[in-house]
Design a protein around this ligand. Structure first.
Ligand code: GLY
Length: 371
């Protein structure tokens, strides 16, 4: 497992590989060359990745593979996922004199992957895209499955398109330079896959998750590969989120509300919000009589042991106003008929969609002192 693995996302004529393993950036030229319509790419990345030398490593590898490349380096951070930065990015890429056979390579975390992916979806009515995710969260979630887009002042990810990549390269070595907080935040999405339908994987994380969080290569590779397999299976079954893909939103309705009230800033990273949202989804399911209390306790314990917020008070000691959270649910893009949608659970590894939750039950949960 130390060497990683290749996971296939089965989407017929648009199927692609997610390659997981060490040293993939350095093999970028060799891995991309067979897929390109013309040996020419535009790499989109951010200043942090440039500073850490990852862009230079990829550029060297592309040159060694005979691939001509130009790059666009953007400011890091969530604010880059904006209409203004998209406009700027499109303009800069068009100024490079691209053709329909030019491919876009997104080298970065979720922000770069979503923004550059969206640019690839709409430039010249669609360019080939390669995702090279550099955060744990992007490797196990956002780089796989073709969701691309930007934020609006009305909410996160409200403008976007489905645009599947031709290849995803998840280089395990790049994760070694991640700040521990970023690694922990990505770990929440790893835990999510265990909680949705992989109880054995969750049990493995309970035993070995500390090794994943310590970035031990073998444990980290196993966690990434298992997560990519889980994500690939869901995307292959339901690419456009007509049904099963909605399971991936476990914990996310709560998470989006928490992110909204904390202002999408440094107080709470997306993965941290997801961690708390997972606990809240289990707590809601227990209140509705769907899930054993013991499973909620296991989830709460594991999230806390990972150094992630297992309750709202772990985010903000004075708590959050129930009305502010209820108001925030209304802005979620998954609202249907004015009602927020929740993924609920019958236990660990037994998530399901389609349940309606009475506003009173939600208010009771949010009024409770904990979680
Ligand atoms: N991150 C949720 C999805 O890809 O559907």
């Amino acid at each position: 497992m130390n060497d990683g693995a290749t996971v296939r996302v089965e989407l017929g004529s648009r199927a692609y590989d997610v390659v997981v393993g060490p040293g993939l950036l350095a093999r970028g030229g060799e891995l991309l060359a067979p897929l390109l319509r013309r040996p020419e790419v535009v790499v989109v990345t951010d200043r942090n990745l440039e500073r850490q030398g990852h862009l230079a490593r990829l550029q060297q590898a592309l040159a060694a593979g005979g691939i001509a490349q130009q790059s666009v380096v953007l400011p890091p951070g969530e604010a880059t996922k904006s209409m203004a930065q998209l406009d700027e990015l499109l303009d800069r890429i068009l100024a490079l004199g691209i053709e329909r056979s030019t491919a876009i390579v997104a080298l970065g975390g979720g922000v770069i992957g979503d923004l550059a992916g969206f640019a690839a979806a709409i430039l010249l009515r669609g360019l080939d895209l390669v995702q090279i995710p550099t955060t744990l969260l992007a490797q196990v979630d956002s780089a796989i499955g073709g969701k691309t887009g930007i934020n609006s002042r009305h909410g996160k990810n409200l403008i976007g398109a489905f645009h599947q990549p031709r290849l995803v390269l998840a280089d395990a070595e790049v994760l070694a330079t991640l700040p521990p907080r970023e690694l922990r935040a990505g770990y929440a999405e790893v835990v999510k896959y265990g909680l949705i339908d992989r109880p054995d994987f969750f049990a493995w994380l309970e035993a070995e998750g500390h090794r994943v969080l310590a970035a031990e290569p073998a444990a980290l590779a196993r966690a990434v590969v298992e997560s990519c397999r889980a994500k690939a299976a869901v995307v292959a079954a339901d690419e456009r989120e007509g049904g099963a893909r909605a399971l991936l939103n476990l914990g996310h309705t709560f998470a989006h509300a928490l992110e909204r009230v904390t202002g999408y800033g440094d107080e709470l990273l997306h993965g941290e919000a997801v961690a708390c949202g997972l606990v809240l989804a289990f707590a809601l399911s227990v209140r509705l009589g769907l899930c054993p209390q013991t499973d909620l306790e296991r989830v709460r314990r594991h999230i806390a042991a990972a150094g992630l917020p297992a309750s709202r008070r772990a985010i903000r000691a004075e708590g959050f106003a129930t009305d502010a959270l209820l108001e925030a649910f209304a802005h979620d893009k998954k609202v249907e008929g004015g009602q927020p949608r929740f993924v609920l659970v019958r236990g660990i590894g037994r998530a399901f969609t389609g349940a309606t939750v009475e506003p009173a039950a939600l208010r009771d949960l949010l009024d409770a002192p904990d979680p």
